[in-house]
Design a protein around this ligand. Structure first.
Ligand code: HEC
Ligand code: HEC
Ligand code: HEC
Ligand code: HEC
Ligand code: HEC
Length: 472
């Protein structure tokens, strides 16, 4: 028979071990949760599809939509549906009495009389859109691919080497009106402004909507009324004023895919900038794409490639949380950015990444190997577009934070927190992949190598702070 005391003391021993073991585990977990440096991983976050975000402005993309005169952002001009046909019809013969510069589609010709628009547009990505990244892929491309890509990048029929008639069973033929120089100019003045040699543009103080046609005569009125032709005596017979030039829907055809166009991943189209914009307070307050991207009519169309412009889109803050100078304690900091100025997701397309970076610095200010952590803001898909890897793009008013936690390096005397912009990142990865497999042959690869270098060089720092750890 067992003696009671021995049983009790045996139990105490077991209990003691249990306390040591479980207490140890608890302490370890506490340490892991609170002090252990975490290995940073890009979150597998997938931003919600747009139908979950309330629309603030009615959809003006539907040709059947009713025109609402009291809401400028619901105006759909049926003319617009025709305007951005793919490709835009050949202009045909210019009026016989026009001078050579009036009858030319070349942006340089337009620029003889519209020098400011030309100078601004030449710096824009509308002009640069037929650069090496595109041309490398179009070497030996099938006609259907050329059509699909040039619809946004170089939409005028005169820019297509081959064209297909509209009749049933028509095949692609060499295009006698092909202008190879015009092709490399990208989305030109004519792409947005000229159809059948008629210029279209926004209304002006002296040229109101509809004023280019005489008003219908009422009964008893004679034709010698007040009407004055605003185009009288102007070069290229003046222009037709259209309200759409000052509407966001003017940009929609190329900055949004419609239902059924392109891939849909996680219920989101590859590009839906117009639909994003419709859901913002800025849109409800009357700010259009033109308000931000064409201030005072500027044809610069600044975007993700322009540092000062991107700086208007976000606010950043960095905060040091733990110095990491005590035993077992990691160095911790937070870097947060908020979308305060882009009236769509930031960034809106799959190509760019906005990268939050924190890393430790040594006395000379150089980054210490192995201490860097980066949080990608953007939408990453697999290169084959089969799957969304993450979507951390930021709706207006939302924020993203990199929570930095790492062991403090012995030589660390400072911490750098910065926001870098990699405007062409998704394409840079594509180019790298295509070059490694020689997917576009020797000729294509030589051009794509240029695109790869340009995409690597386009990175810049948009915001930066460094903290001196020694003085804290
Ligand atoms: C010989 C000079 C000349 C050339 C060349 C020329 N334009 Fe014009 N354009 C004018 C003038 C003058 C007006 C009227 C300006 C006004 O009413 O403010 C005008 C008006 C316009 C307008 C309407 C502006 C508005 O306020 O809505 C557009 C758009 C336009 N031109 C586009 C072009 C394009 C595109 C080209 C080249 C394909 C071109 N123009 C070539 C002289 C020219
Ligand atoms: C006919 C098609 C088309 C229309 C219409 C169009 N765009 Fe674009 N836009 C493009 C293409 C193509 C690119 C990309 C070019 C490239 O990067 O190769 C682009 C690029 C841009 C960029 C990105 C610049 C950057 O730094 O990356 C901005 C901003 C932009 N467009 C604004 C506008 C606005 C505002 C409107 C309406 C007023 C508009 N676009 C209308 C085709 C179009
Ligand atoms: C619906 C309009 C649209 C179509 C169609 C389209 N693109 Fe683009 N593309 C854009 C816009 C907008 C951007 C710029 C996005 C940005 O600046 O972030 C762009 C950017 C690019 C870029 C990176 C910038 C550059 O010029 O180096 C390349 C390359 C490109 N497109 C190639 C293509 C190819 C190839 C096709 C056909 C398979 C195509 N695009 C079809 C609108 C379009
Ligand atoms: C992506 C389409 C696009 C391209 C490309 C484009 N424009 Fe425009 N243009 C517009 C829009 C939109 C407006 C109206 C802007 C506004 O009023 O806010 C405009 C306005 C104008 C005006 C009226 C005055 C003004 O600046 O508002 C002229 C003139 C003009 N454009 C000429 C040109 C010329 C010349 C080129 C080529 C060098 C060109 N545009 C290229 C879209 C375009
Ligand atoms: C309130 C100002 C504002 C309005 C309105 C706005 N944008 Fe932007 N847009 C920005 C800012 C700031 C950026 C730079 C940061 C970024 O890329 O999101 C930008 C970037 C872009 C880019 C660059 C590529 C990318 O992936 O971000 C494109 C393309 C673009 N805008 C198109 C549009 C179109 C089309 C509309 C209208 C439907 C529009 N924007 C309305 C401010 C605006």
């Amino acid at each position: 028979m067992m003696d009671r005391k021995r049983v009790e003391s045996a139990l105490n021993v077991v209990l003691g071990i249990a306390i040591v073991v479980f207490g140890g585990i608890a302490a370890k977990t506490y340490y892991e949760n609170n002090y252990q440096p975490k290995v940073f991983e890009q979150p597998e976050f997938h931003a919600a599809p747009l139908y979950k975000v309330e629309a603030k402005v009615p959809d003006a993309t539907d040709p059947e939509a009713e025109v609402q005169a009291d809401n400028p952002h619901a105006t759909f001009d049926p003319w617009l549906a025709e305007h951005f046909k793919a490709p835009v019809d050949l202009q045909g013969d210019a009026p016989a009495d026009w001078t050579e510069i009036e009858a030319s589609l070349s942006p340089q010709s337009c620029g003889t009389c519209h020098p400011q628009q030309l100078a601004e547009w030449q710096t824009s990505w509308h002009h640069l859109g037929m650069g090496p990244g595109m041309m490398g892929q179009l070497v030996d491309a099938k006609d259907g691919m050329v059509k699909a890509c040039q619809r946004c990048h170089a939409p005028n029929a005169e820019q297509y080497p081959r064209l297909k008639g509209s009749e049933e069973g028509a095949t692609y033929q060499d295009n006698p009106s092909f202008d190879s120089e015009l092709r490399t100019e990208g989305l030109t003045c004519a792409g947005c402004h000229v159809r059948d040699w008629t210029r279209f543009g926004p209304e002006t103080e002296t040229h109101a909507l509809g004023s280019e046609t005489p008003p219908e005569l009422l009964e008893g009125e004679t034709a010698d009324s007040e009407w004055v032709d605003p185009n009288e005596g102007l070069p290229h017979n003046g222009f037709v004023a259209k309200g759409a030039y000052q509407e966001a829907v003017f940009c929609e055809r190329c900055h949004d895919f419609r239902d059924g166009e392109g891939k849909v991943l996680e219920e989101k189209k590859l590009q839906e900038t117009y639909q994003e914009w419709r859901r913002t307070d800025a849109a409800a307050e009357g700010q259009t794409c033109q308000t931000c991207h064409m201030p005072d009519g500027a044809h610069t169309f600044k975007g993700i490639h322009d540092k000062e412009f991107v700086q208007t889109g976000f606010e950043a803050t960095a905060e040091l949380k733990r110095l990491g100078d005590k035993p077992l304690e990691p160095l911790e900091a937070e870097l947060t950015i908020t979308n305060v100025g882009a009236a769509h997701r930031m960034p809106t397309y799959t190509t760019p990444r906005i990268v939050l970076i924190v890393e430790q610095l040594d006395q000379s200010g150089a980054a210490i190997d192995g201490t860097r952590q980066e949080f990608m803001v953007g939408r990453e898909t697999t290169l084959s577009l089969s799957k969304e890897v993450y979507d951390t793009r930021i709706l207006p008013g939302e924020s993203r934070t990199l929570m930095y936690s790492a062991e403090r390096a012995e030589s660390a005397t400072g911490l750098s927190a910065r926001v870098e912009v990699w405007p062409d990142e998704q394409y840079r990865k594509n180019y790298e992949n295509w070059l490694s497999t020689n997917m576009y042959g020797d000729e294509g690869s030589a051009i794509l190598k240029e695109a790869f270098d340009a995409a690597t060089d386009s990175r810049y720092i948009a915001w930066e702070r460094s903290v001196d750890l020694a003085s804290q």
